[in-house]
Structure formats: structure tokens, C-alpha cells
Design a protein around this ligand. Sequence first.
Ligand SMILES: C[S@+](CC[C@H](N)C(=O)[O-])C[C@H]1O[C@@H](n2cnc3c(N)ncnc32)[C@H](O)[C@@H]1O
Length: 369
Amino acid sequence: MDKQQAQQLQIAALPPEIESEHFFEGVEKLLEVWFDERATGDLRNITRNQWENLLRHVKCEIISFTQNEHIDAFLLSESSMFVSRRRWILKTCGTTTPLKCLEQLLKLAQVEGYTVITDIFYSRKNFTRPEVQNSPHKGFYEEVTYLDSIFPEGRSYCLGSINQECWYLYTFSQPEKEGEEEEEDEVKPNQKLQQLQLQQPADFGDPDQTIEILMQQLDNDVMALFTKDKFATGQEVTQSSGIDLLLPQMHIDDFLFDPCGYSMNGINDKGEYMTIHITPEEKFSYVSFESNVALDNYTRLISQVIKTFKPGKFIVTIFANKSSLAYETMKELEIEYSTLSNWQRTDMQCCNFPSYNLLFAQYSRGKSS
Ligand SMILES: C[S@+](CC[C@H](N)C(=O)[O-])C[C@H]1O[C@@H](n2cnc3c(N)ncnc32)[C@H](O)[C@@H]1O
């Protein structure tokens, strides 16, 4: 399906939650899977037809595609999918069922020689209307039970307030099997270090980091841009809203839904990505920004995103592995947004996982803003 066909499909088959109740769940389910770097396969060998079949389990379709030498970026009818040599990211909103495609993913990856998953992250904010979701996404407990049946050693967390706004995470990291390697290869410590360095992933290298900004209660005038009343194409909105200025090196693929709604993927020459999805309806407005761009300071980017969309409240999450420069951002967020601005930080938590550190922070507008 191309962009033109997608426009026609929207008229023919709006999701039931839009048609009957004028509600759309913008909050996405985000799934990121990393496979063992020692395997020589490439997930980008998986064909478009195979991805389309996999996405049938999720209940969404491909509407556009871009790529460069590092990464394939798919724009979906409900958000995005990014495929690199050994990393797969699926972000879907509405009433989609991304966990249902995991078994299919593992089969396709196995054909590429990937039999070991090194890291998995499944995360999402609390839904606005959990009761309209389909199994296994009717609640976090159901999602965890489903994931546990595939990854018995996974761990689940809830950050933020469980009776108000919160963010759920399920994660699993494969422990390094140092003993096994020594037995097999009988290498001395310094030889072993050299070998491990050679095994660093060649396409992305270390470090790795991901920032997400999840915004709600957005400014009506800004949201009015993301409608067919104002613009005909995604490209026009990307420029008028200032989205093209957020990370200027990104090659952008955008889509404006009819009558409203917007999605974009951006990829740059380093293989980094950004993705923005917008549900502009006033009663349940929602915007998500996500990127793995490597910065030593995310404060300016966060400020620019906030100024562009003008939310009433937002959540920031930053994953950074141990060698990532993003670690420093934790301190900056505390100063910049709590004491020097009109934003009130309502929650902040930091977690240390085996290979990643995580920052979660939640903000709402102070009384004077
Ligand atoms: C797919 S987009 C972006 C969703 C994203 N997760 C977000 O951040 O809100 C959803 C927006 O597009 C609108 N929309 C219009 N036609 C649609 C369709 N056929 N499928 C999904 N969304 C559609 C929805 O009402 C909503 O405003």
C-alpha cells in the first residue's frame, strides 16, 4: 500500500474507535529487540512481503518506506517500524497488538541466523482508555504474562504513579557468557579483551541511547496544523510546524492523515532515527517524539520539542547504555526544568539495568505559565 492508497483506505475503513466514539488511543506500545551481534545475519534481508504478513498479527499496514545503508524505516498506518542489521523497533498506537507478532519475528530472525536475543524492551505510557484495547494488551499484567511465556527471565516495572500517570517497562538482557568463551577458546585476559573489542557492532558501535518525549493536553492552535483543513500534505505540515528544524540532518518521510493526524520518520547518514506521531483531536490530543540521536546534552532538544508542540504535561524517558554521553542529561533535567522554568517536575526516577541506565521524568505546567 502506498501513501495514496492509504488515503483511500482511511475513507473506506476508519478504525472503529474513531467512527463510533470519536476516540483514538495515541499512546503507543513500543517494542525494541536486539539480536546477538556475533551472528552474521541481517534483518534487512527480510522481505517487504514477510513484514506485511508479520504486521497482520499487529493489525496495521505499511504506508511508506525509506532507507539508507544503515537502516530501513517503515511508516505504518499506526506509527512506525525501524529495521537495522540486528535491531528491530516497532511502535504502534490505536488498538494494535504488537506482542502478537513476536513469535513470527523470532522465526524470521532465525532464518537470518539470529537465535539469541540480547536485549528486549517493551514499554508504554498508561492508556487513556484501556478498556478498548485487545488481548494481550488489556492491561500491563496481561502483557507481562504474554511476554513471560516467551522470555521467562524478563522483568517488569512501573515508573511514575500507579494510580495516576505512569510508564510501564518490560525488559530482558542476555547475560554475557564469559566463562563459556574462556573454556572454548582458552584465551588469556588481555587476548580476550582484544577479541571482544573486535566484536563491537560495526554498524552502530557503542554507545546506544534512546530519548522519548510523550506529550498530552497540547495547544489547540498547534494541533490545528495537523489537519487536512490547513494543509494537503505531510511535507507542508513538517515545514510549517518546525518539525524539520528539530534534528535538521534527518531525511524525513511524513504523512498527513485525513481528516487529521500526522506521522513522520527521519533517518540520517549515521543510521540514527527520529519519529513523531500526532493525534491532534482536542479531547485526547497526544504527541510522541522518539530518537536515538547521540547527544551529550538533551536539554536543548527537549526544550525545542516542547516549544514546537506546547503540551500541558509530558513524560521524558532516556535509556543510555553505560558508555553513552546521555548519562549527564539526568542532572541537567533536574536543574533546567524544575527550578529555572515554569515547568513543575512531578516525578523523577532513575534505574540501573545490567546494560542500560534509565531516566524517567514527568512534568506539568506550573501555575504561572
Ligand atoms: C496514526 S496517527 C498518530 C498516532 C500516534 N501514536 C500519536 O502519537 O498520536 C493517529 C491520528 O491519525 C488519525 N487518523 C485518521 N485516519 C486514521 C487511520 N486510518 N488510522 C489511524 N489513524 C488515523 C487519528 O484520529 C489520530 O488523530
